[in-house]
Design a protein around this ligand. Structure first.
Ligand code: F6P
Length: 320
């Protein structure tokens, strides 16, 4: 393979820049020309493609976001639209593609591979950690640490005022950001979409703990686990307590990637480029039991993500 391209698509995640850099430098090391597609699939169908060299990716390893930019491109589901992307790639003689993104990005990648024979390697870049075939997605670790920073700050003020805090975090349909940041931040209650919860029981637990002298509580709510206003209202009715709400929002998606994500970015990128170089089948790259793996897209989609319920339950015990 002589020419490949790289793009980022869907919601950005910390480590995408480090990953693009590693794709570019690995490709150049193997004497493969490398191109950057701007704005994900949207840029691909519009032919926004430029040649990258070593210096194009200087000084980006530590930056959040993605210098190639990204977009959500629902129209890319349409085969006719995909054809425009295929045409743009062939105009540059590009034979292989590395896509960095989440589930939607991978579906586009699979279609380019199945329907047009393009070799595509998918690198899981999303803060949500919602892809079952990989233990971690790129950006998840940094995001959890950003959320943890927020919980630490909230604890200071909530503890000083004897208050109950509810922090809403992202994750779409996944509760992993809430789970890991909540456990690390000492949250007493972690509400996730994967496991039903009972507000009556939470209210009674808060009341009982206050009789035992516990005056401050932290609730971490995953955005997919319910309506924050309704939850706060119900807890107020049942406990008389005014729960203080913070929605962390996009702050948790930006920021400098940490060590774990930068190393993961490098490992994913090296694997993806080497597979393209060797002419291997289109695959989703991941990490399982600390080993870099490659599985076909079909398998990546068919696996069901296991949620760590035991860890979730431990929040109550540890927060007593
Ligand atoms: O998938 C990443 C994510 O940040 C989700 O956690 C969140 O639900 C969604 O993207 C927000 O999407 P948008 O950036 O389009 O508002």
């Amino acid at each position: 393979m002589k020419k490949i391209a790289v793009l980022t698509s869907g919601g950005d995640s910390p480590g995408m820049n480090a990953c693009i850099r590693a794709v570019v430098r690995t490709a150049l090391f193997h004497n493969i020309d490398v191109y950057g597609v701007e704005r994900g699939y949207e840029g691909l169908i519009n032919g926004e493609i430029t040649r990258l060299n070593h210096r194009s990716v200087s000084d980006i390893i530590h930056k959040g976001g993605t210098f190639l930019k990204t977009s959500r491109c629902p129209e890319f589901k349409d085969l006719e639209v995909q054809k425009r992307g295929v045409y743009a790639l062939s105009a540059y003689g590009i034979e292989g593609l590395v896509v960095i993104g989440g589930d939607g990005t991978f579906r586009g990648a699979k279609s380019l591979s199945d329907n047009f024979g393009i070799k595509v390697m998918g690198i899981p870049g999303t803060i949500d950690n919602d892809l079952a075939y990989t233990d971690y997605t790129l950006g998840f670790d940094t995001t959890v640490n950003t959320v943890l920073w927020a919980i630490n700050n909230l604890r200071d003020t909530m503890h000083s005022h004897d208050r109950v805090s509810l922090l809403e975090v992202m994750g779409r349909h996944s509760g992993d950001i809430a789970l890991y940041s909540g456990i690390a931040g000492g949250a007493e209650y972690i509400l996730v979409p994967e496991v039903p919860y009972d507000l009556d029981e939470i209210a009674s637990s808060i009341r009982k703990s206050s009789l035992r002298g516990k005056t401050s509580n932290t609730i971490v709510l995953a955005e997919g686990a319910g309506d924050r206003e309704e939850i706060v209202q119900k807890l107020k009715e049942k406990t008389g307590i005014n729960v203080k709400v913070t929605v962390l929002g996009y702050i948790q998606r930006g920021g400098s990637p940490n060590m774990a994500d930068r190393v993961l970015a490098a490992k994913f990128a090296i694997k993806a480029v080497e597979m393209l170089k060797n002419g291997e089948n289109s695959s989703a790259i991941g990490i399982k039991n600390n080993k870099i793996i490659a599985v076909d897209f079909e398998k990546a989609f068919s696996e069901k993500k296991e949620f760590d319920k035991e860890l979730l339950e431990s929040a109550r015990i540890l927060g007593l």
